[in-house]
Design a protein around this ligand. Structure first.
Ligand code: GLN
Length: 497
């Protein structure tokens, strides 16, 4: 198998965990190392850092690390993590990439932030993102675009672009992200790291600034599938503060990570018996290097014992209009709370209450967000609701049923994450809506609420630089542990980390 190692396994969470256990490094030293990397970086991956708060958390971790029992009980103790700025935090600003929430401090921490802090992780700060998570390139952030660590003229992907760039450039060993229609998987693939979006409902949305509530789901981005499993394990929960959160029926993501598929005993073929479905709609109109990398990964997985069958997800194309109607509709409703009254940006000069609303919203939101609010209000309005929103919801149901049909024939679905690797900044500035088409391979799994992951599988080699390519794995509801197991076998047997 090809060898294209780019040393991503260095400074993995697993490796840092060993160094902390062996006392080769303290949590404070580790936090300081990343804070230094962040301050030297020119990627614009972070919106806020607060070194004092980070080091305080690290000091607490060091105290707990003195007791060896805690190493077993708290496997993430002392490991740093960056949080996407969509998760509210008390000690760091929470802007969601918007001017609307410039300098906003939340009175409480998001459930995800709280759970990871309780598991001993040290927060490094808040990562840049497309405004309110709307975008695929991080160019919609009010705080500027994030540069791709592989070539600074290229986009990091979005909306969790800051998190992806931070992990890829060693500014953090891991980061949280959110994925409404691809925002974990696509930036992970553009930056050459691993990222998983779990089944909708697995992780609480409490304290996650809402974009499209029926699709928004938190997940994790890290160098390896192993690291993702370790951290996701600490994130899943049923939370009384999120009525759509559920008790995950199979939350043991680490248990079978290192075993063969269905406990087979052929170590040359650890994936023997695995049936991979390749949707015919996921091949064809894509960059040739992306296609070649996917073909190569299929060969690699076949050598590892898996068999590949052709399947069809016939409504794939409809995922774009269905998603952009549903997401805009829910965004228009969620974002109505930003009225300049209780919190957030308020325009300075206004003549009446309605003038204050108008000016605050006109100046506080960016162009893409305003566009989606208007589209959303339109598709929900009387007379158009049935034609657009209801229709989109019906298509969503059909898309979900396509997956149920497909999973009768295979255990996992494989395909590209995006039709191309990262593009140059500004590519879509004249035609922002054309960027929506680049979401074609990520939207349908989101609409169906399925767990899905991106893992690095190759590069597009240009004259004097290369751009990473991601492989997407999609599993039935609650089968995160299958995705992570397959991704881990793939990463152990190839060098695409
Ligand atoms: N690119 C998609 C959008 O703009 C998905 C974003 C996301 O998953 N948050 O809505």
């Amino acid at each position: 198998m090809q060898n294209h190692t780019n040393n991503n396994a260095n400074n993995s969470v697993l490796e840092l965990q060993t160094q902390l256990r062996q006392k080769k490094i303290s949590a404070v030293e580790l936090a300081q190392y990343y804070l230094d990397n962040i301050s030297r970086s020119n990627l614009n991956a972070f919106i806020d850092v607060n070194a004092e708060a980070t080091l305080n958390q690290a000091k607490q971790a060091d105290i707990l690390l003195q007791n060896m029992d805690n190493h077993q009980k708290m496997p993430l103790l002392g490991i740093p993590i960056a949080h996407k700025d969509v998760f509210v935090t008390k000690e760091w600003k929470s802007t969601a990439g918007s001017k609307m929430l410039e300098n906003y401090y939340s009175p409480f921490n998001a459930c995800v932030v709280e759970k990871l802090a309780n598991s001993g992780m040290v927060c490094l700060g808040k990562t840049n993102m497309d405004e309110f998570a709307m975008g695929s390139s991080n160019e919609n952030s009010a705080y500027g675009a994030v540069s791709n660590p592989w070539n600074n003229d290229y986009v990091s992907g979005g909306s969790s672009g800051g998190s992806a760039a931070a992990v890829a450039a060693n500014l953090a060993p891991a980061a949280t992200g959110t994925d409404t229609g691809g925002s974990i998987r696509q930036p992970a693939s553009f930056c050459g790291i691993s990222g998983i979006k779990p089944t909708y409902g697995s992780v609480s949305r409490y304290g996650m600034i809402a974009y499209a509530s029926s699709l928004d789901q938190a997940g994790v981005m890290a160098k390896t599938a192993y690291d993702c499993a370790l951290i996701l394990q600490a994130m899943v929960t049923k939370d009384a503060n999120d009525s759509t959160s559920i008790q995950h029926p199979k939350p043991e993501f680490l248990a079978k990570l290192n075993s063969n598929w269905q406990d087979g005993n052929d170590n040359q073929q650890p994936l023997k018996g695995l049936k991979i479905g390749l949707p015919k709609e996921f091949i064809g109109d894509i960059d040739s290097d992306v296609q070649n990398s996917i073909n190569q990964s299929i060969q690699d997985l076949t050598k590892l014992g898996a068999s590949v069958i052709d399947i069809s997800l016939p409504r794939t194309k409809l995922s774009i209009p269905a998603y952009y109607v549903i997401a805009a509709a829910q965004a228009s409703s969620n974002l109505s709370r930003f009225d300049g009254v209780r919190y957030g940006f308020r325009a300075e000069n206004y003549s009446s209450l309605s003038d204050m609303y108008k000016k605050s919203r006109s100046l506080g939101f960016g162009e893409e967000v305003k566009k989606r609010i208007m589209v959303g209000a339109y598709v929900l309005s009387q007379g158009y609701y049935d034609a657009y929103y209801l229709k989109a919801q019906k298509i969503r149901r059909l898309i979900a049923m396509d997956f149920l049909e497909a999973f009768k024939q295979c255990d996992i679905i494989l395909g590209p994450v995006a039709p191309t690797p990262a593009w140059q900044k500004g590519t879509y500035s004249k035609n922002p809506a054309h960027m929506y088409l680049a979401d074609i391979f990520t939207l349908s799994a989101s609409l169906a609420g399925l767990p899905c992951m991106s893992v690095p599988c190759g590069f597009k080699v240009q004259n004097n630089f290369k751009l990473p390519i991601g492989l997407q794995l999609i599993a039935p509801h609650f089968a995160e542990s299958d995705i992570l197991q397959i991704a881990n076998v793939y990463q152990k047997n190839t060098d695409w980390l």
